[in-house]
Design a protein around this ligand. Structure first.
Ligand SMILES: Cc1ncc(COP(=O)(O)O)c(C=O)c1O
Length: 399
């Protein structure tokens, strides 16, 4: 059986460094808000390219805390609207409604699965305070139009970077960022917007050995508010500025993440190799491969050697390799019978969940179609090319 994700193999590929990092924390006997967490926060902020990083208990809390902090510092208030892609994982929506803000669901582009930039502006009202972009399945979502709209209506942009840790976006300018030989400047997702939420859930590209998350931002006031709120609303012991909560990254997870962060770029590069192998070799007329590329025009780049694809190659870290098929369940069954485990991300969109019955009448045909047709093939940094070859062989046999 080719597993969808072999977490045991991923974990053991980091040994012996991982066990020794955990052992150091055990010996030190300091488990919350200690040196591992503050070192991880500095290292992660430098990696992402943002001024502040605040470790949180998980990715959902990272997003919740950003919005709660915006409310506490007076940027948003109860009842304000947040524009968000309708096909995201439910956590993005939970963060909004938990703060008594209103999600405004926008259709995605069917090829890239990311928010359709052409649908955003018509959803803006005088209650809109932010656009939350989700870099879904690991692909950066940073269309020019998004920034223009945010500027025009004075909206905050928030990145949900849970699935795209390490992804980069290319810019023509020579401003701050990472300079590669192409003459372009690259910035990481998580450093692009006003604030970003990250997840270190074990199955994520940078996975802890339990829950973990982070907020990154360049905004000093927001960063301070997030850190304070996450610690019972307190910046100074037993003095409480906000009605806060308890959401902190613990020392063991921080120590684990420090080890794994050092290898993240090469792990992501390996995922690109597997993804490129799939894209080049899957030849089945009914299977629609994931599109990468220019999200302003919605162009799909399937030829990995075209200039557009090279430009966009680093924008994707392939958290998931998601194909579409009109008979998705039959394809899934066939793969299962032939020893290939797959998953569906996600079978039901948030507005069709019982938890959000108040939105069940929304007309979102692209989103609903995506949820009927998507299937995630196995992909990870420890998968072999032989395994990817087997997946391709079986996928190509399906009729
Ligand atoms: C798009 C998206 N947002 C938010 C989250 C929430 O992250 P966590 O599971 O760490 O709470 C996840 C992950 O599960 C996610 O995929």
């Amino acid at each position: 059986m080719i597993k969808f994700l072999d977490l045991q193999k991923i974990t053991s590929s980091f040994e012996p460094e991982l066990s020794s990092a955990v052992e150091n924390v055990l010996k030190r006997g300091w488990f919350i808000l200690g040196e591992e967490t503050s070192s991880f926060e500095s290292e992660y902020a430098a990696f992402i390219g943002s001024r502040h990083c605040i470790g949180t208990a998980n990715g959902l809390d990272a997003l919740r805390l950003i919005l709660k902090a915006y409310i506490e510092i007076g940027v948003m208030k109860e009842g304000d609207e947040i524009i968000v892609p309708a096909n995201t994982f439910i956590a993005t929506i939970l963060a909004i409604t938990d703060n008594r803000l209103r999600p405004v669901f926008i259709e995605p582009d069917i090829d890239t699965f990311n928010i359709d930039p052409n649908q955003i502006e018509k959803a803006v009202t005088d209650k809109t305070k932010a656009i939350c972009v989700v870099h879904l399945y690991g692909q950066a979502c940073w269309p020019n139009k998004l920034q223009q709209i945010a500027k025009r209506y004075e909206l905050k942009i928030i990145e949900d970077n849970a699935q795209a840790v390490g992804a980069m976006v290319a810019f023509q300018s020579s401003g701050s960022g990472i300079h590669l030989k192409t003459g372009l400047t690259y910035k990481r997702t998580g450093s692009l917007a006003d604030a970003s939420g990250h997840s270190f859930y074990p199955g994520k590209n940078l996975g802890a050995l339990g829950d973990g998350g982070a907020v990154t931002t360049d905004d000093d006031d927001l960063g301070f508010a997030v850190r304070t709120i996450a610690n019972y609303g307190s910046a100074q012991k037993y003095i409480h500025y906000h009605k806060g909560l308890n959401s902190r990254l613990d020392e063991i997870q921080a120590a684990v993440l420090r080890v794994k962060l050092r290898r993240l770029d090469s792990d992501n590069q390996f995922r690109r190799v597997i993804a490129s192998y799939y894209t080049t070799n899957i030849r089945n007329p009914q299977i629609i491969l994931p599109g990468i590329g220019n999200q302003d025009s919605g162009t799909r780049e399937q030829d990995f050697h075209s200039p557009g694809a090279i430009l966009h190659a680093l924008s994707h870290v392939w958290h998931l390799y998601v194909v579409r098929h009109p008979e998705r369940d039959r394809l899934r069954q066939f793969l299962e019978e032939n020893g290939i485990q797959t998953l569906i991300h996600y079978p039901l969109p948030p507005h069709k969940q019982r938890a959000y019955a108040e939105y069940s009448d929304l007309d979102l045909p692209v989103t609903e179609r995506i949820h009927r047709e998507v299937l995630s093939l196995p992909i990870s940094q420890v998968m072999t090319i032989d395994e990817a070859g087997k997946v391709v062989e079986i996928v190509n046999k399906f009729r």
